[in-house]
Design a protein around this ligand. Sequence first.
Ligand SMILES: Nc1ncnc2c1ncn2[C@@H]1O[C@H](COP(=O)(O)OP(=O)(O)OP(=O)(O)O)[C@@H](O)[C@H]1O
Ligand SMILES: C[C@@H](N)C(=O)O
Ligand SMILES: [Mg+2]
Ligand SMILES: [Mg+2]
Length: 356
Amino acid sequence: MTKMRIGLLFGGRSGEHEVSISSARAIARALASDENATKYEVQPFYIQKDGRWLSGNIPQQVLESGKPLEIEQKAENESPLSREFPSFNAVDVWFPVLHGPNGEDGTVQGLLKLMQIPFVGSGVLGSAMGMDKIAMKMAFAHAGLPQVKYIAVNRSQIWSNPCVFPKLCDQIEETLGYPCFVKPANLGSSVGISKVRSRTELEAALDSAASYDRRIIVEAGVIARELECAVLGNDNPQASTVGEISFNSDFYDYETKYTQGQADLSIPAKASSAIISKIQDMAVQAFLAIDGAGLGRVDFFYVESTGEVLINEINTFPGFTATSMYPQLWEASGISFSELVDRLIQLALERHGDKS
Ligand SMILES: Nc1ncnc2c1ncn2[C@@H]1O[C@H](COP(=O)(O)OP(=O)(O)OP(=O)(O)O)[C@@H](O)[C@H]1O
Ligand SMILES: C[C@@H](N)C(=O)O
Ligand SMILES: [Mg+2]
Ligand SMILES: [Mg+2]
């Protein structure tokens, strides 16, 4: 049997570069295990932090070491893609294991779509909507999904005009109060997010978020349990069992997410069956609202005292690291890691066949 060649794309010009390497290591292992090894042959492609694409031996070395490559000087006028374009022909299905901007946001998906080769996950629209927390929240509001109060901010309100900035801070204090969360709109893994409790912290957090993104979102802080649900499928997606994250840190920040033992994952979450099915329904609605495809993980806040469930966000390429929820939610729902990656490839082929 001829093996299908899977283009495993990882790394990326993103604050989540290291997370992508960890996810890709796990996915590469799953593609080489069990029955998958008889069906698939993995061709890794590594996108360096400066955006250059590498094939050949280096991607394999990065996968083995789990560490990003030191950036060597780029030749003047060298295109990030110039060296690798010919070898793209050696791929039957792309598996873009990219988190954050320049990978999970529709940019790479546009390139892969133009190549007319199937790829795993959401297309251009779903990826872009799922990455940008402002656009995402507009789609959720339109779908009638409850969420926290928020204010959308543009970098120009923070950096360009000294008269606008104090007014913006006044508006945030009046509308949202403290604590509130300041986030770059297009990022993940909590990179660039601050929880703020005072005017001084707010000013510093806005300045910091603006260094990551032109678009920033400020949300009212909620005291709630954090529940997550995985989604798998295309036009008729399925929701997994629901999991809960608990931790001792101030919020679920980068260190808590990726340091073994810092967060506890309870799967299934201890909540009534009514709450679990509500979350599963909302997860599917959220996935459809942004035009998701293949996979997604939807994060929720559950305010136990009032019974309120608020949607926080969707991730169109959630983490597959050792501490990540997405593969563990499916494992607990009866789909093993190796079966999961196989299904994702089949869903990519199905979606490609739709000619969408
Ligand atoms: N409005 C809020 N109220 C309370 N806690 C919040 C709020 N927004 C974010 N947090 C905390 O910050 C964490 C990260 O937020 P969020 O999920 O929006 O960021 P992210 O960078 O997209 O993360 P990831 O993509 O890794 O899930 C949440 O899991 C939660 O602990
Ligand atoms: C990878 C990270 N953004 C996640 O959602 O798991
Ligand atoms: Mg996210
Ligand atoms: Mg999240």
